[in-house]
Design a protein around this ligand. Structure first.
Ligand SMILES: *[C@@H]1O[C@H](CO)[C@@H](O)[C@H](O)[C@H]1NC(C)=O
Ligand SMILES: *[C@@H]1O[C@H](CO)[C@@H](O)[C@H](O)[C@H]1NC(C)=O
Ligand SMILES: *[C@@H]1O[C@H](CO)[C@@H](O)[C@H](O)[C@H]1NC(C)=O
Ligand SMILES: *[C@@H]1O[C@H](CO)[C@@H](O)[C@H](O)[C@H]1NC(C)=O
Ligand SMILES: *[C@H]1O[C@H](CO)[C@@H](O)[C@H](O)[C@H]1NC(C)=O
Length: 451
């Protein structure tokens, strides 16, 4: 065993509040075999725009690094003028925030580096590290002329308490939560959703007009499964707002698979009948009052109601005992998280350039991840109340998980090679599947709390 793998294993054992009965090694023949023998259906639900410290900041479970366990964490109002005051993470957040924090590439860059246009060479050499101190500054820059600065600081720094998000709290206590899962792209929604299903955003750094038009010729998980006779459906909320990702790829249209994009109402009936495909990809609705993604101006409690409905449909359906439900988010939405995003392997040689708020051009080289996002594994085959720390790359390096970890792991389940170098170097998580099924998974989740 590699020394680094041993260290990883020790850290893993020390951090765990409940150790799974078979803590196997990632990327090993035995863990892959175990995954393939237990899991027949994978369900992925990608919600919108919440950081780990924001949504799970009040979860008291051991091993989760967040404001209630390790904070408070503070940001200045102004990164160059500390005398203008600061705000530290506090319990209790809003059910809905109307001043949508920036999650553009350069907005994210300010949030992480206190600078819209940092020196990329220093970043790549590891000489310039992010400190996650620019969240309030960016919010005040965008909204400070018309809004109360103290309110703006609360919006990006505060966190949800366990009783504000009872559905998430129950899932954290009953299933497996990643402590170090980052979005793949330090930018907004669509590039992150692209990377989640294709291992790259194809050089896209903003939600441009090419999304939704079958424009991309990158290989997606949909094409991969379709060409190898695995079944899939992209269930989407026809109210719209996110995805449906399958409609972003030229293959879906040219291979006549557009009919695999179906309304989310069919998900509930398929789950009840035991007719879910091997891969179900779910799109919540976005953005605004009455939508389900948790994207701000939509209610957190409406997002919780949606997650509860998806969970209970799976839990009461005949396929539950072979199902792995992965609940994740696209990106942090500009909400504070205190863990600096690490560097990561570039997926390809593409770059993305945009004009920053200081008037300068900034080029993002896709060589670093975005902030931490909540990601949970939900299945009778995962540990109860388990917090996973960092993972292991195929070469035995200890690395943070990211959206690419999904494709790395699905490649083991359904026999395909990593789509990009980023996916190749990602930590997989098939070793978190246990060898025996739990019998104590809750049939229902608590009701969401509107506030
Ligand atoms: C920060 O302070 C500087 C210097 O006073 C000022 O020019 C800048 O506009 C301030 N930025 C924000 C976001 O308040
Ligand atoms: C801003 O909001 C805070 C509450 O967070 C309040 O105490 C303060 O009076 C407000 N300031 C102004 C100028 O309205
Ligand atoms: C998929 O199924 C088709 C039709 O039955 C068959 O011709 C093809 O060889 C199969 N492909 C794979 C990769 O199994
Ligand atoms: C897709 O459907 C069209 C129209 O029915 C047909 O002409 C074409 O051959 C189909 N393509 C594939 C890849 O099956
Ligand atoms: C969140 O999602 C919206 C809608 O897709 C998108 O416009 C935005 O860039 C994302 N990020 C934030 C911080 O809202």
């Amino acid at each position: 065993m590699h020394a680094s793998a041993l260290v990883g294993l020790l850290a893993f054992a020390a951090a765990a509040s409940a150790i799974p009965s078979n803590p196997q090694q990632a990327h090993s023949t035995s863990s892959i075999h175990n995954l393939k023998s237990k899991i027949k259906n994978v369900v992925v639900l990608c919600m919108e725009n919440r950081s780990l410290d924001n949504l799970l900041g009040g979860q008291t479970i051991k091993g989760l690094e967040n404001p209630i366990n390790n904070g408070p964490f503070c940001n200045p109002y102004n990164v160059t003028e500390p005398s203008q005051g600061h705000h530290c993470t506090e319990a209790r957040d809003y059910d809905s925030v109307t001043d949508d924090p920036s999650h553009a590439v350069t907005g994210n860059t300010m949030e992480f580096y206190s600078n819209w246009t940092p020196d990329n060479d220093l970043i790549a050499e590891g000489k310039l590290l992010p400190n996650n101190k620019g969240f309030i500054h960016e919010q005040i820059h965008n909204y400070g002329s018309s809004a109360n600065k103290s309110v703006l600081a609360h919006q990006v720094m505060n966190y949800y308490t366990e009783d504000q998000v009872p559905v998430m709290t129950s899932l954290v206590k009953n299933y497996l939560t990643f402590n170090h899962w980052h979005s793949d792209i330090a930018g907004p929604t669509c590039p992150n959703r692209f990377a989640l299903v294709a291992g790259t955003s194809g050089g896209h750094g903003k939600n441009d007009d090419s999304f939704g038009t079958y424009a991309f010729d990158q290989r997606s998980i949909f094409q991969q499964l379709g060409e190898t006779n695995h079944t899939w459906l992209n269930y989407w909320d026809t109210a719209g707002g996110t995805g449906p990702e399958a409609e972003w790829f030229s293959w879906t249209k040219s291979s006549n698979n557009s009919d695999k994009v179906v309304p989310i109402t069919q998900f509930y009936t398929d789950a009840a009948k035991g007719a879910l495909p091997e891969f179900s990809y779910l799109n919540p609705s976005c953005c605004g009052v009455g939508t389900t993604s948790m994207h701000d101006s939509g209610l957190i409690s409406d997002g919780e109601a949606f997650i509860k409905k998806v969970y209970e449909s799976l839990r009461s359906g005949p396929q539950w005992k072979e199902t792995l439900f992965i609940l994740t988010f696209d990106e942090t939405g500009g909400f504070h998280d205190h863990v600096p995003p690490p560097l990561a392997t570039r997926p390809d040689d593409l770059t993305y350039t945009e004009k920053a708020a200081n008037g300068e051009e900034y080029t993002y080289e896709f060589n670093r991840l975005g902030g931490r996002i909540p990601t949970l594994l939900i299945s009778p085959w995962v540990g109860q109340g388990f917090v996973e720390q960092k993972g292991t790359s195929n070469e035995g390096k200890t690395v943070s998980y990211s959206a690419s970890s999904l494709l790395r792991t699905l490649g083991y389940l359904w026999d395909f090679e990593p789509f990009t170098p980023r996916v190749d170097d990602a930590a997989s998580f098939e070793h978190l599947i246990q060898s025996s099924a739990r019998k104590n998974t809750p049939a229902t989740l608590p009701s969401p709390a509107a506030f």
